[in-house]
Design a protein around this ligand. Structure first.
Ligand code: SAH
Ligand code: SF4
Length: 393
């Protein structure tokens, strides 16, 4: 017999139920074309098997299709050579292997590339490829929602109301479409270097307010008979949805990045209003119990540097006291201004001073160099220029 849940566990469970119920109100439309054909991308293995059973196909077909869809990256049933012609035709009558449509794509002078992807209902979200200048690989920054329910004061996405959640197909589809663009199919087996070798969930939206779809998409990306990304190569960034952090840690075990940005509740309440619900002490406690955190797999604390707001030496010292003992690194992100934003970027000297204190306490404190400035591609503050142009144009 299992022990009765403690008060705080019961509270967390109630919170999770509430969050998931709210999430359901923003579900994406079904992944079905107007002609009735269903998109097979975004189905879990079990769902793919069930879907094929609906047209009388056996379970081993799901395995075959999984290989073609996620290992080979094939979108045309006629190219699936291990499947006989009549079945190829039957599959094409009922299903498609979809991709988000590229609305715009821009490549920066530093090779950062930004896509605006359009989904079937016309909604759009941005994805950014950020090359690692030191290596032949890079990270794909993907979006989890169109807009965001939260309204962090320094974030441009936060000025846009949540339109809807992205579905699992739309989330993993951003990665698959980027692989199409770089010609990186089939998926590598072993450690073959690939440009698209890392996913960061740092685009538009709060991934832990769209947990089920994000989890399905990440499980697909991690499945080793398909895309096969290791969980160490996926980082989920959250503004601090504490009850869901536990669940993501237990179920997905991906790397965690936490958007901290302030070390006093009074200030964090202002900058990251979610702090009023899950204050710093609770957030840090959730980081301390995050499974798998170790020196090899550190938790990333993101800290946006706002001039005269959160960048003092006292803030830096309070930060290292707060995270003492957590295997962590601190990403210092120079604030990226947008029209109408109320903040300025910290001076280089202030960033330097702050970084020094954090490093002296034994934490890595890289300053995230701005990438793709010329195409407004700063990961995590993706701007909907296209949308604004259409609204004003
Ligand atoms: N909603 C999640 C993930 C998307 S935001 C989260 O908040 O963590 C990804 C990162 O970009 C966050 O750390 C966010 O605080 C940061 N960010 C948002 N706007 C920014 C800006 N204008 N300048 C620099 N970083 C910003
Ligand atoms: Fe949403 Fe993250 Fe922007 Fe906050 S920083 S408004 S949680 S996308």
């Amino acid at each position: 017999m299992s022990a009765a849940p403690t008060f705080s566990e019961a509270l967390s469970e109630a919170e999770r139920v509430r969050i998931l119920a709210k999430t359901a109100r923003f579900e994406p439309p079904p992944a079905v074309l107007p002609d009735g054909r269903r998109d097979l991308v975004g189905l879990s293995r079990a769902e793919l098997t069930e879907t094929l059973a609906l047209i009388g196909e056996k379970a081993f077909r799901a395995k075959q299709l999984w290989h073609w869809i996620y290992h080979q990256g094939v979108t045309d049933f006629a190219r699936m050579s291990s499947i006989a012609r009549p079945l190829q035709r039957k599959l094409a009558e009922h299903f498609v292997v979809g991709r988000p449509q590229v609305a715009t794509v821009q490549t920066s002078a530093d090779d950062t590339r930004k896509w605006l992807f359009r989904f079937r209902d016309g909604q759009e979200a941005e994805t950014v490829y950020i090359p690692d200048p030191a290596e032949d690989r890079g990270a794909l920054c993907i979006s989890s929602q169109v807009g965001c329910t939260l309204s962090c004061r320094f974030c441009h996405t936060g000025t846009q109301a949540l339109v809807r959640n992205l579905g699992a197909a739309e989330i993993v589809g951003q990665f698959m479409a980027a692989r199409d663009a770089y010609g990186e199919w089939p998926s590598p087996t072993g450690e073959t270097p690939r440009l698209l070798s890392t996913i960061v969930l740092m685009g538009m939206g709060e991934p832990l307010y769209n947990y089920e779809n994000v989890a399905t998409a990440m499980r697909i990306a991690m499945d080793h008979e398909g895309i096969g990304l290791s969980r160490r190569r996926i980082t989920l960034s959250t503004s601090g949805v504490v009850p869901m952090m536990d669940r993501a840690g237990a179920e997905l075990g991906v790397n965690l990045a936490v958007s901290l940005h302030a070390v006093r509740d009074e200030l964090r309440d202002e900058l990251v209003p979610l702090n009023r619900k899950y204050p710093i002490a609770e957030l840090i406690a959730a980081c301390r119990r995050y499974p798998g955190a170790s020196n090899a797999r550190r938790i990333t604390f993101e800290y946006v540097m706002l001039r005269g707001v959160n960048d003092s030496e006292a803030d830096a010292r309070a930060l290292v006291r707060l995270i003492a003992g957590i295997p962590a690194k601190v990403n210092l992100i120079p604030f990226n201004p947008w029209p109408g934003s109320a903040f300025q970027t910290s001076t280089p000297a202030a960033i330097e001073r702050f970084a020094r204190i954090v490093m002296d306490a034994g934490f890595a404190a890289p300053v995230r160099t701005p990438r793709g400035r010329d195409i407004l591609a700063a990961c995590g503050q993706l701007r909907t220029e296209g949308q604004r142009a259409r609204l004003t144009g």
